[in-house]
Design a protein around this ligand. Structure first.
Ligand SMILES: Nc1ncnc2c1ncn2[C@@H]1O[C@H](COP(=O)(O)OP(=O)(O)O)[C@@H](O)[C@H]1O
Ligand SMILES: [Mg+2]
Length: 281
């Protein structure tokens, strides 16, 4: 029996620090949240600790990072003591990570088909023919119009939007339960951003996948997420349903909402909202 009362992901008092000459510097501070079958956006300015939070969940923190948590569980299982072998198994099946730029995740010289199928090769016993069929189906699902042709291409022959779709296909082919999408569209132009986010939302729904969507763009994620966690200086300072953002009461959230990028500032980072806010928790 699947226990639906336990959230897929539970994070309690997660703290991540880096060593410095002056002692450990925390970059994520006692963060707590859980994630069920929903899309939750983790939003904040650059440097607020979003990526480190996502990486901690995936076991992909830099080696120097020090992590403590009262609880860090996936499907009820403790993530804090996992070895590399367990992590590899989990990352190939239970969880997946989509990053901003396919350049960093796809090998430019290897054929797309090979890379899309990789998780199946590592984590299933499917035959080569079955793997290819699944890959083509997944590539079709992510909106690649000529999967056969793309299958035989290399990433450097693809546009940025196609590359991002290929990466999503590669990440989702083994049907992860949790997808962490870290600024998955920041490298794309506006129309493509919307298309990719819509795609992620549709796939999440179709596949029953939970998504942690990391972004600096509160306005944008407000249209794709069910809930929003607002992060600032390593703290989660606010949490609310996306539908309530326009009526947010927390001053920092209101500020982020008001500072949302316009078409003119698209693709640039949010202005750092500074000192006027520093009395806020
Ligand atoms: N390898 C590292 N060593 C020391 N500090 C780091 C390292 N990686 C990130 N940081 C710091 O951690 C903080 C949070 O980073 P990050 O989670 O990447 O922020 P963001 O919200 O932009 O994703 C930043 O202040 C950054 O400078
Ligand atoms: Mg980041």
């Amino acid at each position: 029996m699947i226990d639906t009362s336990t959230p897929l992901l539970q994070v309690e008092n997660l703290t991540i620090s880096f060593p410095s000459d002056a002692g450990p510097v925390p970059v994520v501070k006692e963060s707590s949240f859980s994630l069920g079958q929903e899309i939750v956006a983790l939003v904040g300015e650059s440097g607020s600790g979003k990526s480190m939070t996502g990486r901690a969940i995936m076991g992909l923190l830099p080696r120097r990072a020090m992590v403590t948590a009262d609880r860090l569980t996936f499907e009820g299982g403790d993530l804090t003591g996992l070895g590399e072998k367990d992590w590899n198994r989990l990352r190939g099946s239970g969880m997946a990570l989509v990053l901003q730029d396919p350049k960093y995740s796809l090998n430019p010289a290897l054929r797309v088909g090979y890379q899309v199928e990789e998780a199946l090769k590592l984590h299933t016993h499917l035959s080569a023919r079955e793997r290819k069929a699944r890959a083509l189906e997944m590539m079709h699902q992510v909106g690649l119009v000529d999967p056969e042709r793309v299958y035989g291409s290399t990433p450097r022959q693809l546009s940025g939007g196609m590359g991002q779709r290929v990466m999503i296909a590669a990440m989702l082919i083994n049907r992860p339960k949790l997808l962490i999408a870290d600024e998955p569209t920041s490298a794309l132009d506006h129309d493509l951003q919307v298309q990719i986010l819509e795609l992620l939302r549709r796939l999440a729904r179709d596949m029953g996948m939970s998504v942690l969507l990391i972004s600096h763009d509160l306005r944008q994620v407000s249209q794709f997420a069910d809930r929003v966690l607002v992060m600032r200086h390593g703290h989660i300072v606010d949490r609310l349903p996306a539908a309530q953002l326009a009526e947010a009461t927390h001053p920092y959230t209101r500020n982020l909402w008001a500072a949302r990028p316009s078409a003119a500032t698209f693709g640039t980072h949010l202005p750092v909202i500074d000192d006027a806010m520093d009395e806020q928790p």
